[in-house]
Design a protein around this ligand. Structure first.
Ligand SMILES: Cc1ncc(COP(=O)(O)O)c(C=O)c1O
Length: 507
């Protein structure tokens, strides 16, 4: 055998020289100009210092939110600055960018950090989520799959979410998404493929044409993302049936049964029923157990939209409303709503993850990973290939709150919704328009016409002391306040009602 040692020694010394070169580059005085291409220079040339300053600015922003207007319109000059600026020819220094963000961006928030923001379904960020966002960016992985921290942590947080709400969790039974809209696409695509395979064909291969139209059932209170998903998946709005609701805006399950029978009689293919665990308008929870019965009788996929309200099951006394949630085939549950994980983070939970894999798995040769294990990559369960590190902020938020903290948050905010409902019922000039089941109170300003109720949210918002949004319920305009902020107090509720009275006078 030839002696290989001299050759190896030569290799080793060349390698050492390369390493020494690299070290020398690291040690040369930092190129602090913004023109540097090297990340290491950016770190030495400012990221350490600017990063510390950014953390201080973020903390100050959050600490002072309560003293500022909940929301204010962006002044014309600032809007022009924000939207009209030119791409700089020469790169700018980190300090400068931070100063621009501090003076032009942070003063104009959406408002959802403030304890008197009650609009839509937008929570304040949990501080632990804010804390780790820069770390996720510093790591900057794609959590498509592979053996690195991101995918492993995602397995844990998806399991935690399922455990929190009592949803079954087989290994690999879910994935994080951009939000519930994407989670819904994943769940309904899984449902569509399961139905097709059960009928002996493959929707991915054949498309939908020439097959009996697939029909889905959802109430008029079902979120628009269900309709968008159905449209995107080629089902067609016409095949999305609107199931009537009862007086509490919950699905009329008798009507659901009748509609399914009629559709079967017409030669259509009912394949999915979507219930809500917390509608966006009033927070209503559909009779999930009864819907599960119907789904089982007719072999339908049972999807639950718990994007906002799924966690409401943790509130004292709420569990009976959620009976049957654990019988669903899929559940959309948004960490970026009630939990306060910084946007965006949704989650699709699946009773049988193989259904999502059958709907999405497509592994090109350059992505084959022989070490992926039985579950494969997350990117096989949804449309996203490169996937951000959503698990870190979700892990941090859940760990910081703990199970008891999540329960406290849900109880506190659900309690505020009930208290506002009681205040509304006691007042002569307000009326409740839906029962409170989660943390939304839907009501009307009685002296105001429908047009006035429609205009009130904008007028309240413009005053800057509180923020509500409106909707239509039972054919009339209504006001709705959604409680998600841990710092909101009963005093804030009284301020809200006064703000509505004052705003209404200006209309
Ligand atoms: C009940 C419900 N479902 C679905 C969605 C859509 O979620 P996302 O905005 O995260 O896509 C929302 C958003 O507010 C919602 O309230």
């Amino acid at each position: 055998m030839p002696d290989r040692a001299p050759h190896l020694a030569a290799d080793a010394s060349a390698h050492q020289e390369h390493l020494a070169d690299a070290t020398a580059r690291d040690e040369r005085p930092g190129d602090t100009s913004a023109q540097s291409m090297r990340a290491a220079d950016a770190v030495d040339g400012g990221l350490r210092r600017a990063g510390a300053a950014a953390a201080a600015i973020a903390a100050e922003h959050l600490a002072s939110l309560g003293e500022r207007p909940v929301w204010q319109p962006v002044p014309d000059a600032e809007r022009a600055w924000l939207s009209g600026q030119k791409l700089p020819e020469r790169g700018r220094a980190l300090d400068e960018l931070l100063e621009d963000a501090r003076t032009h961006v942070l003063p104009y928030p959406m408002g959802n950090g403030h304890p008197r923001f009650f609009g839509w379904v937008n929570s304040p960020p949990n501080p632990a989520g804010v804390l780790v966002e820069p770390l996720a960016a510093a790591l900057n992985p794609s959590c498509a799959g592979g053996d690195h921290a991101g995918p492993h942590l995602e397995r844990a947080v998806v399991r935690w979410l399922a455990e929190l709400v009592g949803f079954p969790h087989p290994p690999g039974g879910g994935l994080l998404t951009s939000g519930a809209s994407m989670a819904t696409v994943i769940c309904l695509a899984s449902a569509r493929q399961r139905a097709a395979l059960a009928d002996g064909w493959d929707v991915r291969e054949e498309g939908l044409s020439g097959r009996p139209p697939m029909v889905m059932y959802v109430t008029e209170e079902g979120h628009s993302c269900l309709h968008k998903a159905a449209q995107l998946l080629g089902l067609g709005s016409r095949q999305v049936r609107t199931v009537p609701v009862d007086g509490a805006y919950r699905m009329d399950v008798g009507a659901l049964r009748t509609m399914i029978k009629e559709d079967v009689g017409r030669g259509l293919r009912p394949f999915c029923v979507a219930g809500s665990a917390g509608t966006v308008n009033s927070g209503a929870v559909d009779p999930l157990d009864e819907i599960a019965d119907v789904a089982a009788e007719h072999g339908l996929w049972f999807h639950v939209d718990g994007a906002y309200g799924g966690l409401g099951v943790l509130a004292d006394g709420a569990a009976p409303h959620y009976a049957g949630l654990d019988r669903a085939d899929s559940l959309a549950l948004d960490p970026h709503k009630w939990l306060g994980v910084p946007v965006g983070c949704g989650c699709a939970l699946l009773r049988d993850p193989r259904a999502a894999r059958a709907a999405f798995s497509l592994v090109p040769s350059y992505l084959i990973d022989d070490n992926a294990g039985d579950l494969g990559w997350f990117s096989e369960y949804g449309p996203e290939q490169t996937r951000p590190f959503r698990a870190l902020k979700t892990w941090a938020t859940l760990s910081h709150l703990g199970r008891s903290g999540v329960t406290r948050l849900v109880n506190h905010t659900a309690g505020l919704a009930r208290t506002l409902a009681a205040m509304v019922e006691e007042a002569d000039d307000f009326e409740l328009v839906a029962p409170v089941t989660t943390s939304i109170t839907a009501f009307r300003y009685r002296p105001g016409s429908d047009a006035v109720n429609r205009a009130i949210p904008g007028a309240v918002q413009a005053r800057g002391n509180a923020f509500i949004t409106g909707t239509r319920l039972g054919g009339r305009h209504a006001l709705r306040a959604c409680f998600l902020h841990p710092d909101t107090t009963e005093r804030d509720l009284a301020i809200l009602l006064d703000e509505i009275r004052l705003a209404a006078k200006t209309l």
